[in-house]
Design a protein around this ligand. Structure first.
Ligand SMILES: NC(=O)c1ccc[n+]([C@@H]2O[C@H](COP(=O)([O-])OP(=O)(O)OC[C@H]3O[C@@H](n4cnc5c(N)ncnc54)[C@H](O)[C@@H]3O)[C@@H](O)[C@H]2O)c1
Length: 257
């Protein structure tokens, strides 16, 4: 087991990629705090249509320990509470995975300023808040890791004026935080997923899904597990000298851009 007894927080861990990460971490022996605004997993129109059980139930089936903490990552006091409860429950914190994210479609002329704030509030501010509040605890760990889930859209336009810029900022913030806390032995990296089969794709039309698949070099979309395994690697001892990096896990989508 690569992560035996490591304590980890996964934001947005009830569904999709976060759930995939939580389950791969559980498989590797980690203790997982699922931090999400809802415990019931999202069921998508195209993907994850039959997922029903809470992530913690699946973690326990794998023989690992899990807790759920209902939290909106846009709310500072809720995030502080969830981190403290995790530390109190498991006796510390080794790994923070900021995965919770939302997408609201529409270009600059369609999206409201309130919705722009909402996307940036979760996808960028929420990442900063959890990172800031977790660092004092990660400094107490011998295995401190921060993994931010950004996106292949961090590197290009076309995903709206809020989502993609927030993801690009996360990629930059990873470098900044890596410099700040490298001397504390904490690594900070991003994973930039391509198209992964989750409910977040519900806003796409079937034609747009087909087009995204055509642009993916490998002959399938990614699965939450694909991101989970990359996160396991970045959290493991094998990745102890990797920091400030952004790892594309996109089936080759960005290779053609
Ligand atoms: N699926 C993809 O194709 C894809 C591609 C690139 C990047 N990503 C990123 O991966 C991450 C996970 O996406 P997903 O596809 O699994 O999405 P999803 O919609 O399937 O799941 C998101 C989870 O986050 C939770 N969440 C949303 N807002 C929250 C908030 N304010 N506070 C706490 N929890 C909240 C939801 O309840 C849900 O459980 C996101 O950051 C997303 O931007 C996804």
């Amino acid at each position: 087991m690569l992560l035996k007894d490591r304590v980890c927080i996964v934001t947005g861990g009830s569904s999709g990629i976060g759930r995939g990460i939580a389950l791969e971490f559980a498989r590797e022996g980690a203790c997982v705090a699922v931090v999400d605004k809802q415990e019931t997993p999202l069921r998508g129109k195209y993907h994850e249509t039959d997922v029903t059980t809470p992530t913690v139930t699946e973690i326990e089936k794998l023989g690992a320990q899990g807790i759920f903490r209902q939290t909106d990552v846009a709310d500072v006091s809720q995030v502080a509470h969830a981190i403290q409860q995790t530390v109190d429950h498991f006796g510390g914190l080794d790994i923070l995975i900021n995965n919770a994210g939302i997408h609201i479609p529409g270009g600059a002329q369609e999206i409201s300023i309130a919705d722009w704030d909402k996307v940036v509030g979760v996808n960028l501010r929420g990442v900063f808040v959890a990172t800031k509040l977790a660092i004092p605890h990660l400094k107490q760990s011998n295995f401190g890791r921060i993994i931010q889930i950004a996106s292949v859209h961090a590197y290009g336009g076309g995903a709206g004026p809020a989502y993609a810029p927030a993801k690009a900022a996360v990629v930059n913030m990873v470098r900044d935080t890596a410099l700040e806390i490298g001397q504390d032995g904490i690594t900070v990296n991003a994973i930039c997923p391509g198209y992964i089969e989750t409910a977040i794709q519900d806003y796409l039309t079937p034609e747009q899904i087909e087009e995204a698949l055509e642009k993916t070099a490998l002959p399938r979309f990614g699965l939450p597990r694909d991101i989970g395994r990359a996160a396991v690697f970045l959290a493991s001892d094998d990745a102890e000298w990797i920091t400030g990096a952004s790892l594309l896990v996109d089936g080759g989508f960005a290779a053609g851009v």
